[in-house]
Design a protein around this ligand. Structure first.
Ligand SMILES: C[S@@+](CC[C@H](N)C(=O)[O-])C[C@H]1O[C@@H](n2cnc3c(N)ncnc32)[C@H](O)[C@@H]1O
Length: 511
């Protein structure tokens, strides 16, 4: 059973009437959680808002509203789709919307604005969003446990890497695994209700068998600890994201005063680092959205375990791949793959295509291979069976001289060196024209396409200008990569058959 299916089954089991330690919730909890409808907000890579909206429409059947605030979309769901929301590939962070003010009228002075924020806390419709938060929390708990267990399996199986950094990372995971508390052990055992996959339970039984008598002793203690924990108040924090010129307050001031009022209203405990609930106050010009976070860390961290200097977010990789609409049996290459973020996302999401990851740096190829291996291991654990198939290979090659037949590739998706952390702007003047030429050779005339990301737009434009006979630029998406203004170009391969420059020269010289 997949995580998504398991989570869906959980919805019926969640008790909704204990969603928070407060009596201030406005409306009584609904008896019919299946018909709970809420608005979900999602942060997405800037420039790929439409891609995310398309994915939401395809996978959830919901229309999205793209926010004026770049990098966000909003869509309505009924609560049973919540697990599908977590399965979206184009979204980074998720939150449930408490209330949205599209044209908020700010008062003149800072004091008045902050006073309004204080008053707002008690007037918001918290009830349904908190129910969704609660359901989401139970889903996340299962997921976190499964993640920890999966990591343990990976440690025992993963033997490939010998890089120092990677060994350190493994050690950290090991420490995390051996640091399980008794309560976590017991809680996991108590939850063996078909939700946790078989293999992780087996992996966990090793830990359990080492401490059988301790479990019995601790079980009594654990019951009372649990009761105590349940009666504890929730911990929360408010995060304010503010963008816009004409605000008389800072994000810290807004978070402080709004947060204080939320605390008074719910009687929750403020805790900046170890919180249960994260309340979001997003202010963009005169638009305000109050939400509750549904993700603790960005969902873009799904595939990569061995990072490199310029690892691309998987959500952005997904957006780039989607731009060229992969079809079953397509051969898709990333000729400058680095850690393999693009082809790995491709293999996970388009398993009917064949993906090749290549790079000229042996360290990068090794990282990509390790990331593929980690994903294979993860898939084996998740599926609880031997799973050897991911349609992907990693190879060391030079993009200027690819060991591939002319016209044999359907799609090229790559993140080119910007000339900042990798390579140099000077080297790009030679690299980019050679790249575009070799890519035009391997890419199928007439139907082939390429999606190329670069921040060195000047050099790219120059190189492309002399390739008009083989490449046609059809679309540009402007993106923000760690504060750098970059572009993703969608190119179509023209029908022009590739002629090697040497042949052209030879033809010219013939009388
Ligand atoms: C921006 S990085 C790619 C990062 C990658 N998307 C990731 O997620 O890790 C560009 C990559 O191009 C590779 N590269 C540079 N020159 C190359 C060449 N001539 N042939 C193949 N790869 C090359 C670099 O080694 C580097 O890994």
């Amino acid at each position: 059973m997949s995580e998504v299916e398991a989570a869906s089954e959980q919805f019926n089991e969640v008790k909704l009437d204990d969603c928070c330690a407060t009596e201030n919730i406005e409306s009584p909890p609904s008896n019919n959680p299946e018909h709970l409808c809420v608005t979900i907000g999602a942060t997405v890579p800037t420039g790929f808002e439409q891609t995310a909206a398309d994915e939401v429409r395809e996978k959830l059947g919901s229309q999205s509203r793209i926010s004026k605030d770049r990098g966000k979309i909003y869509f309505d769901i009924s609560v049973e789709s919540l697990s599908k929301v977590h399965g979206l590939r184009s979204v980074d962070n998720l939150f449930v919307v408490v209330q949205e003010f599209r044209d908020y009228q700010f008062k003149e002075t800072k004091e008045d604005v902050l006073k309004d924020f204080e008053d707002l806390a008690g007037k918001l419709p918290w009830s349904d969003p908190l129910k969704v938060w609660k359901i989401n929390t139970s889903f996340k708990k299962k997921k976190t446990k499964r993640k920890k267990l999966t990591q343990q399996n990976i440690i025992s199986k993963e033997k490939v890497d010998d890089e120092q950094g990677d060994l350190r990372a493994e050690k950290n995971v090991e420490e995390q695994v051996t640091n399980y508390t008794m309560e976590e052990v017991l809680e996991t055992i108590e939850n063996q209700d078909g939700i946790i996959d078989e293999t992780p339970i087996l992996a966990f039984s090793k830990i359990v068998s080492e401490i059988p008598s301790a479990i019995e002793k601790e079980k009594g203690l654990n019951e009372s600890h649990k009761e105590e924990a349940e009666s504890q108040v929730l911990k929360f924090r408010v995060t304010c994201n503010r963008a816009g010129e004409n605000h008389s307050f800072t994000s810290n001031e807004a978070a402080r005063d709004f947060g204080g009022a939320v605390q008074d209203y719910f009687k929750w405990k403020a805790d900046m680092t170890n919180f249960d609930v994260e309340v979001l106050l997003n202010v963009h010009n005169n638009e305000i959205v109050v939400g509750i976070a549904l993700t603790e860390e960005s969902l873009h961290r799904r595939n990569i375990t061995h990072f490199g200097p310029t690892t691309l977010r998987s959500t952005l990789a997904y957006g780039m791949l989607r731009l060229c609409s992969p079809q079953p049996t397509d051969i898709i290459i990333d000729p400058m793959c680095g850690t393999g973020a693009i082809p790995i996302e491709g293999a996970a999401e388009w398993p009917n295509c064949y993906h090749i990851a290549g790079d000229n740096n042996p360290l990068a190829v090794k990282r990509a291979a390790n990331n593929i291996l980690s994903l294979l291991t993860k898939s084996q654990v998740k599926e609880s069976k031997a799973f050897w198939g991911l349609p992907i290979d990693a190879i060391q090659w030079d993009i200027c001289n690819l060991p591939l037949r002319t016209g044999s590739v359907d799609i090229i998706v790559t993140d080119m060196p910007f000339g900042k952390r990798i390579g140099s702007k000077k080297r790009n003047w030679n690299l980019y024209p050679s790249c575009l030429q070799e890519m035009s050779r391997v890419c199928r005339p007439g139907t082939g396409r390429a999606v190329l990301l670069t921040q060195d737009r000047k050099c790219f434009a120059k190189a492309l200008s002399s390739m008009g006979h083989v490449w046609r630029k059809v679309h540009t998406v402007w993106v923000n990569i760690g504060g750098l203004h970059a572009a993703v170009y969608l190119l179509k391969r023209t029908t022009q058959v590739f002629i090697h420059p040497a042949e052209l020269q030879h033809d010219r010289e013939m009388p």
